[in-house]
Design a protein around this ligand. Structure first.
Ligand code: B1M
Length: 210
């Protein structure tokens, strides 16, 4: 791994947003691939943050500061993450489910979908099922839900129920993801697709709309 990417990783752990941007820029300037900077720098650092949190070495403020630092690096990577090979388009509404405030993964998925030519409506975090249902009435072709907590992933089913109540369930494709979500869980709650990461989310949305 390049020295610049290692510096990105360390700067996220230190929660230093300015250094993250500087090192992301240097990593790009020396020719590193944006996907590699994302995975080996930014995402790997957030995994380490999670492990330190579990070990009682990091607390919520440290997680938050690291998350902000990561988001600043993501912003810089955004124009480089577009997947030129994907030409599909459609309207996707995306959000983090009720009770859940984690948005980094969801933002990444939204960014990749936009890069792939989808029109993305981002409802943000802690989204009420009724809001997703309203977007389906407004013509969304895909509903994307993200959850990072084992306690909130069940709220995905509440969204599917709300969509069923609109009578438009067959008009829309539902994709779910987030660290605790699995393919089996997706099937159990009646989603149409599951994606383990942002680039697979693009592929899944594209396939579901074909
Ligand atoms: Co939170 N948190 N957190 N946290 N946090 C986790 C999730 C946790 C695993 C940490 C740990 O204990 N190891 C743990 C959950 C445990 C569990 O449920 N089993 C946890 C906890 C406990 C909590 C609080 C309860 C802590 C507390 O207050 N005591 C609290 C809950 C708040 C709430 O939501 N109501 C909380 C708060 C926070 C912060 C606010 C401080 C901050 C979030 C800031 C933000 O998002 N703006 C935070 C953070 C940063 C984390 C960790 C460290 C990092 C999450 C992250 O951003 N990862 C996380 C530990 C971890 O995941 N390693 C943790 C990077 C991101 C790119 O990955 O989101 O998984 P991810 O997204 C991936 C895929 O999952 C997938 O694609 C993305 C890119 O590859 N994906 C999709 C995601 N959504 C998708 C949707 C799709 C398809 C794919 O289709 C639509």
């Amino acid at each position: 791994m390049s020295v610049s990417i290692e510096k990105v990783y360390l700067a996220v752990l230190e929660g230093d947003a300015i250094a993250v941007r500087e090192h992301v820029q240097s990593a790009l300037d020396v020719g590193n691939n944006a996907g590699e900077i994302l995975n080996a720098g930014l995402i790997r650092a957030m995994d380490e943050v999670g492990q330190r949190f579990e070990a009682g070495e990091f607390f919520v403020p440290e997680m938050l500061i690291a998350a902000r630092a990561m988001q600043s690096g993501l912003g810089l990577l955004k124009p480089h993450l577009a997947d030129d090979d994907v030409h599909s388009s459609g309207k996707v509404v995306i959000g983090t489910v009720k009770g859940d405030l984690h948005d980094i993964g969801k933002n990444l998925v939204a960014m990749m979908l936009e890069g792939a030519g989808f029109k993305v409506v981002d409802l943000g975090t802690d989204v009420d099922p009724a809001k997703f249902a309203e977007e389906v009435r407004q013509g969304a072709q895909v509903v994307g839900m993200s959850a990072l907590l084992t306690t909130t992933m069940n709220n995905m089913k509440a969204v599917i129920d709300a969509i069923e109540e609109t009578g438009l369930r067959t008009e829309v494709r539902i994709v779910v993801g987030g660290a605790p979500v699995t393919e089996e869980f997706a099937r159990q709650i009646g989603a149409d697709g599951f994606a383990p990461d942002a680039s697979s989310a693009v592929r899944v949305c594209k396939t579901l709309l074909e």
